[in-house]
Design a protein around this ligand. Structure first.
Ligand code: MG
Length: 218
């Protein structure tokens, strides 16, 4: 069972589904040659894809290209359906750091064929996740620096200020499709700089004021 811990409290949440937003930063859309979507690009990772701080990533043998995507994660604190932009933020219990690991070669193949992305995005260990900072400790979640380092080299250096869809809109759009439950996680997209990782790499994603998440690649 995978749990999310709220730092400084006794509260833990059993992680449910992880709902992820794709193509939410213009510079990342550009680097992959994608189009800016008018409808949100949404996909789900299963709870079994989560590993915690200090965990080990295992790249599946059917891929030759696994990319890191550092992202701000939201922990849902109470059940939510058909949220509005006005009431959405009150459903967030905390903020954390996630790495949306993506088998880019597999995803490219699936995209070309119009097939779903799960085997590229939802495999075991595909979602390294930090503990969560209580929401009331983060004054403005749209003003946080996100840095991703591989073996101490900076690969991604962006800001949540650059999100195309902001958090209230993301939650409104996701909760129109899926009921969000206590313990669900939402990933908000990644800035530019994604790149391939390999065996032995140390991945470190850091979000200002939220935390630092380090994992290694087997
Ligand atoms: Mg992503």
């Amino acid at each position: 069972m995978h749990t999310a811990r709220l730092i400084g409290t006794e509260t833990t949440y059993r992680i449910g589904k992880i709902v992820c937003l794709g193509r939410n930063y213009a510079d990342h859309i550009k680097e992959l040659g994608n189009e800016t979507p008018d409808q949100p690009v949404i996909f789900i990772k299963p709870a079994t894809s989560v590993i915690g701080q200090g965990g080990e990533v295992v790249i599946p043998s059917y891929s030759g290209c696994c990319h890191h995507e550092a992202e701000l994660a939201l922990l849902i604190g109470r059940r939510a359906k058909d949220l509005t932009e006005e009431n959405a933020m009150a459903h967030i219990a905390g903020y954390g750091v996630a790495i949306d690991l993506t088998l880019r070669d597999v995803q490219d193949k699936m995209k070309k064929k119009g097939l779903p992305w799960e085997i590229a995005k939802g495999f075991d260990t595909a979602c390294p996740l930090s503990d969560f900072v209580p929401a009331n400790k983060i004054a403005d979640p749209h003003a946080l620096r996100i840095v991703m380092k591989v073996n101490d080299q900076v690969r991604q250096d962006g800001s949540t200020a650059l999100m195309l869809r902001r958090i209230p809109t993301i939650l409104k759009e996701i909760s129109a499709v899926f009921t969000l439950e206590e313990g669900d996680i939402v990933l908000t997209g990644t800035p530019a700089g994604v790149s391939a990782i390999q065996s032995g790499d140390v991945l470190c994603a850091e979000i200002e004021g939220v935390g630092r998440l380090e994992v290694t690649v087997r």
